[in-house]
Design a binder for this molecule. Structure first.
Ligand code: ADE
Ligand code: ZN
Ligand code: ZN
Length: 236
């Protein structure tokens, strides 16, 4: 996601943390909100020293198969990244600096896991090579899902989080079921549908934005509630 998507995910998660998790996060994040730190993993991309983390934001594997059965990348992917972040955060023998760094990375990656084009296929770099128009401007299928679609609603991240964050306990429990292995395949299946509905050169705009409004909002909501689950499991 772009900044808005990550902040919505963080803001939704913030309101579903247990007291113990909130206290642990306030300490590690120096009082900053999840929304605020959620974009850190993108901000560090400007520094070449962090190049090795670029492949950690996504995973590509053939459409129609599950992550578990796919050939894994040597550079790591979003799933191995999340596992590594959790292991480093959990181990209190690690320095505070490392635990904070990987916590901020984890908060970002749980968001990206729910952007369907981040659980994608290699041929077109997760839609980055599929050029299309968005309200007459050149862009690509990947960017549409990272940012163009969200921005078309003209809502701030707090407005979006208010819209999506109020769910019953029953609904929340249902969404929080499963593991990152289930969640990545769910995103991957959605990604396959998105490829089917677009071809190179398409002129996309309000029709596309209405068609995928519910799906986009669901993915943001799932990202937020599941981030809360991952953090509560780590700290409570
Ligand atoms: N580069 C290659 N594949 C990608 C993907 N699925 N998402 C983002 N960047 C990528
Ligand atoms: Zn990212
Ligand atoms: Zn992206």
């Amino acid at each position: 996601w772009g900044k808005t998507g990550h902040r919505v995910t963080g803001e939704i998660a913030q309101s579903h943390l247990t007291g113990k998790t909130k206290r642990a996060l306030t300490d590690l994040l120096d009082g900053h909100s999840l929304a605020f730190v959620s974009t850190f993993a993108d901000d560090i991309k400007a520094d070449r020293a962090y190049n090795k983390f670029s492949p950690w934001h996504y995973v590509n594997y053939p459409l129609g198969i599950n992550y578990i059965d796919s050939e894994k990348s040597e550079e790591g992917d979003i799933i191995t990244a999340i596992e590594e972040c959790r292991a480093i955060i959990k181990n209190k023998a690690n320095s505070r600096e490392d635990r904070v760094f990987y916590l901020k990375m984890l908060i970002h990656f749980i968001g990206d896991l729910h952007q369907p084009m981040h659980a994608s296929r290699a041929e077109d770099k997760g839609g980055n090579d599929i050029q299309v128009q968005w309200f007459g401007q050149g862009t690509n299928l990947h960017s549409i899902w990272d940012k163009n679609l969200i921005e078309s609603y003209g809502m701030t991240f707090t407005e979006l989080a208010d819209e999506l964050g109020n769910v019953s306990k029953k609904e929340r429990k249902k969404i929080q079921e499963g593991t990152i292995y289930d969640w990545v395949d769910e995103s991957h299946d959605i990604c396959a549908e998105l490829y089917d509905s677009v071809k190179v050169g398409d002129k996309l705009g309000y029709q596309y934005s209405y068609k995928y409004n519910d799906l986009l909002f669901q993915q943001l909501q799932k990202g937020g509630l599941r981030l809360a689950k991952v953090l509560n499991d780590l700290f409570d």
